[in-house]
Design a protein around this ligand. Structure first.
Ligand SMILES: [Cu+2]
Length: 315
């Protein structure tokens, strides 16, 4: 169904339910479209001029059509409320304990996403608006003992797979929206409010990259700039066994020429960093570039990343 609707891979625990709900709405709309369309065609034929030369336009005498219209409207309302409200309630209420989750503060601003991790002590350091500067977009007070181990990044969210993530979402300037299509996550970031949301990634970035990889035609005339965000999903060699394109490498004009020489016309490529946060509320002229990469790694990969970040803080 997800492929039928042209949706991206479902990379979080509740993505499937959201897709199910979307599919249901589409089917419901299809049934209504077909029903009303059939009624329209029936009316055209039944009341056509040649059969009803002396038609009167006094309006309906029967109450029955009104009953049908009211029944359909009530059915639609009940169907939407009965399926979607419980799902929404589940998404906003089923937030796990912070002990069992990766907790990240996310602060949107024109036009970037700031991420703030509490570090190994699990406590977010103090932030102060007077400390906000281009180098310290979160206004983190590094003199606060709890802030010493805090990790901050800009436009780069790193999270472990198969563990709940709790986001404390806010905004500095205006309403943005934290949208991650692969996770089916979308939540407005409102200045002055801290909104909690939770999701659990079920696929690593590598797995998503593999899932969305496709074959692309490459030849000498290919504009390789168009492939700048793609990397090869497998190795390509020539007849002598020399590697022309290694797995994980990008396409350059040189590589495209060598592949053409070796008679390889199609290569399997996937986006280098497939998962992104895309701001989903039009928030100004730079809205289109307000995006962050999401890197979903294994639990050990995440520990290593934290260790690297902590080491960088000590310097
Ligand atoms: Cu925005």
């Amino acid at each position: 169904m997800q492929e039928f609707l042209g949706l991206p891979p479902e990379a979080s625990t509740y993505a499937h339910e959201i897709d199910g709900s979307m599919a249901m709405i589409h089917w419901l709309m299809f049934v209504l479209f077909a029903g009303w369309g059939a009624f329209y065609v029936y009316s055209l034929l039944r009341f056509r001029r040649s059969k009803n030369p002396a038609a009167r336009y006094g309006g309906l005498k029967s109450k029955f059509p009104y009953v049908v219209v009211a029944a359909v409207a009530i059915f639609e309302g009940v169907a939407l409320a009965a399926f979607d409200l419980p799902l929404w309630a589940k998404l906003v209420k089923d937030i796990p304990s912070e002990k069992d989750a990766t907790v990240v503060r996310v602060v949107g601003e024109q036009f970037a996403w700031n991420f703030h991790y509490p570090g190994p002590d699990g406590i977010f350091g103090r932030t102060d608006i007077s400390l906000v500067s281009p180098e310290n977009p979160l206004g983190l007070d590094r003199n606060d003992p709890a802030a010493k181990d805090d990790i901050t990044t800009v436009n780069q969210l790193v999270i472990p797979v198969n563990r709940p993530v709790i986001v404390r979402l806010t905004s500095k300037d205006m309403i943005h929206s934290f949208g991650i299509p692969y996770f089916r996550v979308k939540q407005d970031a409102v200045p002055g409010q801290s909104v909690r949301l939770s999701f659990t990634p079920t696929m690593t970035s590598d797995e998503v990259q593999e899932a969305v990889a496709r074959f692309y035609r490459i030849d000498r005339a290919t504009d390789t700039d168009k492939f700048s965000v793609f990397v090869a999903q497998q190795e390509y060699r020539d007849k002598e066994g020399n590697v022309l394109l290694a797995k994980g490498d990008g396409i350059t004009p040189d590589v495209a020429g060598k592949l053409a020489d070796a008679g390889i016309g199609e290569v399997r490529l996937g986006p280098y960093s497939p998962i992104e946060v895309a701001c989903s509320q039009l928030c100004g002229l730079g809205h289109y570039r307000m995006r962050a990469t999401v890197t979903v790694v294994t639990a050990t990969g995440f520990q290593e990343w934290i260790k690297d970040q902590e080491a960088a803080l000590q310097q």
